[in-house]
Design a protein around this ligand. Structure first.
Ligand SMILES: Cc1ncc(COP(=O)(O)O)c(C=O)c1O
Length: 379
């Protein structure tokens, strides 16, 4: 049957690692998962309990397209709590994960053929979603001296949009207020839309992440319950849009998704008040990060920088390999540790990088680091 070229998106290379890890596990081997981009913890207990009650109380049918009003209001309040930003709940849209937010944002902002900039290394699905929607991805090769984030000098003049993530995946680096403001200003000069992926907000170590909404209202901010709120599988996130865009987003969400899953919206609303449990998760990430910063260089992965946020360490391994895919396969085979080849995040320079995730339990991180050290010593 005929197919579209828009649908020919690249696969995740890490899927090969995950499939090989699953085969090894089926043979009875214990694999340490440092490839995963998700917490090992469930949604907060009180949030799961809230859903159990809601399931008894009603049918959990469709919600209105923009999402449960109580959830939109509670998210608006979060902006006051986290950043001191006064946000109108009407501007908050509940989405099926941040992934649903990207589809809505790109569709709302760009016509087919528009040129949208993303930084490399970066989250691979940005490019795939842009391609699937008939948009042109402009890959911006970021530099180590800019902590692998784009800067205004990197941006071509004919850009229609720019998407940045802070903290970023895979680097974990954050844009401070000045750097974020400079990119927003450069987009305004070009008439380009600025989209801010803030999915890792809440998972920060030294200082609070800055939201684009502290700088401008003329932006789409995309966020999710997947990471800090530990709810990847529930598929619920949110987006903040300018007031003038609410109605067009409402029409799009109604037609593309009807609404985000009702059950997940109930859990999300309760999760916003589970600070104690979420902060306990943060303590684990904090401990794991310290172990990684000490253990990775000791094992021989010494070209790393402390991440500002998220739960990844992005390592330059170009002195160890020129094929990160083969190197990841070797690490899995010989050390029993699954890691992500950098090629997923940067098709050009990623052959010389690996991403290590420390989202799982501290025991797993300790075991993984010990295995990596033995593997490197024997190499
Ligand atoms: C930077 C970034 N943005 C967005 C997503 C998608 O998350 P979700 O659709 O679960 O909200 C991810 C997932 O790993 C990510 O790393």
């Amino acid at each position: 049957m005929r197919v579209s070229s828009r649908g020919d998106v690249d696969p995740f290379i890490v899927m090969d690692v995950m499939a090989a890890a699953a085969r090894a596990e089926a043979e009875g081997k214990r694999i340490i998962h440092m490839e995963v981009g998700q917490p090992g913890t469930p949604a907060p207990a009180a949030a799961r309990a809230a859903l159990a009650r809601a399931m008894e109380d009603g049918p959990l049918g469709y919600t209105v397209g923009l999402g449960l009003p109580a959830l939109r209001a509670r998210i608006a309040r979060l902006y006051g709590e986290w950043y001191g930003v006064d946000l109108d709940p009407e501007r908050v849209v509940i989405t099926p994960g941040s992934s649903g937010g990207f589809t809505l944002a790109f569709t709302s902002l760009f016509d087919v053929g528009a040129r949208v900039g993303i930084g490399a290394p970066g989250y691979p699905s940005y490019k795939a979603i842009l391609q699937a929607l008939g948009l042109e991805t402009v890959m911006i090769q970021t530099e180590a001296q800019h902590r692998l984030q784009p800067v205004p000098g990197d941006l071509p003049d004919d850009l229609d949009g720019l998407l940045v993530a802070s903290p970023a995946n895979p680097s974990g680096t954050m844009l401070d207020r000045h750097a974020l403001g400079a990119l927003i200003g450069a987009c305004e000069e070009r008439g380009a839309a600025f989209i801010s992926d803030e999915i890792y907000h809440g998972i920060e170590y030294e200082r609070k992440a800055v939201t684009a909404l502290e700088i401008t209202d003329k932006t789409y901010v995309i966020n999710s319950f997947s990471k800090y709120f530990s709810m990847t599988g529930w598929r619920v996130g949110w987006m903040v849009v300018p007031e003038a865009h609410i109605r067009r987003i409402e029409r799009l969400v109604q037609n593309l998704f009807i609404c985000a899953p009702h059950a997940s919206q109930v859990v999300a609303l309760a999760a916003l008040d589970c600070e104690d449990e979420l902060q306990a998760n943060m303590e684990v990430y904090r401990r794991n990060r310290a172990l990684m910063m000490e253990g990775l260089p000791r094992a021989g992965f010494d070209r790393i920088a402390p991440p500002d946020g998220a739960f990844y360490v992005y390592a330059d391994v170009s002195h160890l390999t020129d094929d990160s895919r083969a190197f990841a396969a070797e690490i899995l085979e010989q050390a029993g540790v699954a890691v992500t080849p950098g090629l997923d995040f940067d098709p050009v320079r990623g052959a010389g990088t690996l991403r290590f995730s420390y989202a799982r339990s501290t025991e797993d991180i300790e075991e993984g680091l010990a295995r990596l050290a033995r593997f490197m010593a024997a190499r």
